[in-house]
Design a protein around this ligand. Structure first.
Ligand code: TYD
Length: 431
């Protein structure tokens, strides 16, 4: 497929909704300037919409097309399905499925306890998108007052089962006011891999500004635009990720709500993430990291449209190389299995045109995904144990962000001659 956009259904003005609750924007969600998609990944299903084999005919699709706002620098999706289609009582994404992520959130929580919470009397921590409580469990264990806000009921129930105080709701100003009335203002608000999900970011930012104490701290962590551009990790682009933040764009998004960027710290998670520390403007000095990352982004060209045109070309090159490899392996009768039914893999399989002909199944440890079909491409998802019965010739590593953990676990596979296929930053086959 070329770069031409598919015809938008309905549409016209900013924020228009079709009958399925699909939002289509023609102006930036942050600054209101006109935007247009710089590429299209085509018709895409819900990334975590793993489906029962019997419900194939009812699948929902939208057009996955990112845009860059030349005014404020925000990269965002032009179309986004209604949040209720993505986050519900059957949400397939469970944060605690990898050891690396469990360790990451333990360290994250410790850094908050030893950092912004140090010396505070009876502090209160709120986490937005707290999922199965992977981070809040560490605050609970230390007896720290906490509250999770999680709209997906199934994962919220897992957290409650661990005794983690969790409200089942989408966050907005009204909920912020309710939390303040019932429990007081927060010392720290955390949002890990969730702020980029919230299409009405100005509403969430306004809510956070009301929820935080005047010396409170907001810590946001999300996949980093600079890493996605640098590595052509286009699979970070899917329905839930309505925004791909940079240091420059996130500062501009929060400034109108009185929240200033005070520090940034690069993180290795999700193939390249950034942690942003935001505070009520003027409440603490700005660390040198903010200016140095802004300067790096200027050099990388994140504020220039031609960067996104190059990214589009790189995506097309990556797709062609991956499909050439998979077609070749198929022609040679090699057995290929997918490893990790990630949200990201939905963009890869649908954009590239990977089918069950190329991949027999996808092995995954998450019980809710097993026995289902992958969204759009309809590749069966099977329990991880089936990976070795018998080992395939090649494993397409959809969970490439966990490569170190997976390679350590699957030494017997490579020892038996098995090879991993990865596609970030380049398509590569390696034992
Ligand atoms: P994740 O890294 O959270 O990616 P995304 O944000 O794109 O969904 O997902 C990891 C997926 O890979 C999850 O479905 C669990 C699976 N997985 C395995 O099956 N085996 C493993 O050893 C690891 C680390 C993950």
């Amino acid at each position: 497929m070329g770069s031409g956009l598919l015809v938008h259904r309905g549409c016209g003005s900013n924020g228009s909704n079709d009958s399925h609750g699909l939002t289509i924007v023609t102006t930036c969600r942050i600054c209101g300037d006109a935007i247009a998609a710089f590429m299209s990944f085509g018709e895409m299903p819900i990334a975590n919409g793993f489906l029962d084999p019997g419900s194939v005919g009812n699948e929902y699709f939208f057009e996955l097309a990112p845009a860059f706002c030349a005014h404020c620098g925000m990269v965002q999706l032009v179309e986004q399905p209604a949040p209720e289609r993505m986050f519900h009582d059957n949400y397939a994404f469970h944060s605690g499925t990898s050891q690396t992520m469990r360790r990451h959130f333990a360290t994250f929580a410790r850094s908050v306890i030893d950092g912004p919470l140090r010396g505070r009397t009876d502090p209160f921590v709120v986490e937005l998108g707290s999922n199965d409580g992977i981070m809040l469990r560490h605050f609970k264990a230390r007896g720290i007052r906490h509250l999770g806000v999680e709209p997906s009921d199934n994962v919220a129930a897992l957290a409650r089962g661990l005794g983690i105080d969790t409200i089942g709701a989408f966050f907005n100003r009204a909920l912020a006011d309710r939390i303040v009335a019932e429990r007081g203002r927060a010392d720290v608000v955390l949002a890990a891999n969730v702020m980029c999900h919230i299409a009405d970011l100005p509403e969430a930012a306004a809510g956070i500004a009301r929820l935080l104490k005047s010396d409170g701290v907001l810590i946001v962590e999300d996949p980093y635009l600079g890493a996605t551009i640098d590595k052509t990790s286009y699979d970070q682009i899917y329905d839930e990720h309505v925004f791909l933040f940079s240091v420059t764009s996130i500062a501009k998004a929060f400034a109108p709500h009185g929240l200033a960027l005070a520090d940034v710290q690069e993180q290795p998670t999700h193939g390249g993430s950034m942690r942003y520390v935001l505070v009520p403007a003027g409440s603490r000095p700005v660390a040198p990291s903010v200016e140095s990352w802004r300067a790096r982004e200027a050099v990388q060209g994140l504020g220039r449209p031609d960067t996104y045109e190059r990214f589009r070309q790189n995506c097309e090159r990556s797709r062609a190389a991956l499909m050439q490899l998979l077609d070749d392996l198929h022609a040679r009768g090699q057995r290929v299995v997918g490893y990790g039914a990630t949200s990201k893999s939905t963009t890869v399989t649908n954009y590239c045109g990977i089918t069950p002909k190329h991949i027999a199944f996808i092995a995954d440890t998450t019980p809710i995904k097993q026995g289902k079909l992958s969204p759009g491409a309809h590749i069966p998802v099977r329990p991880a144990e089936e990976f070795s019965r018998p080992y395939p010739d090649c494993a397409l590593l959809f969970a490439w962000n966990h490569e170190t953990e997976i390679r350590a676990k699957e030494r017997a596979f490579t020892a038996a001659g098995g090879r991993f296929i990865t596609y970030v930053p380049e398509v590569r086959v390696a034992s």
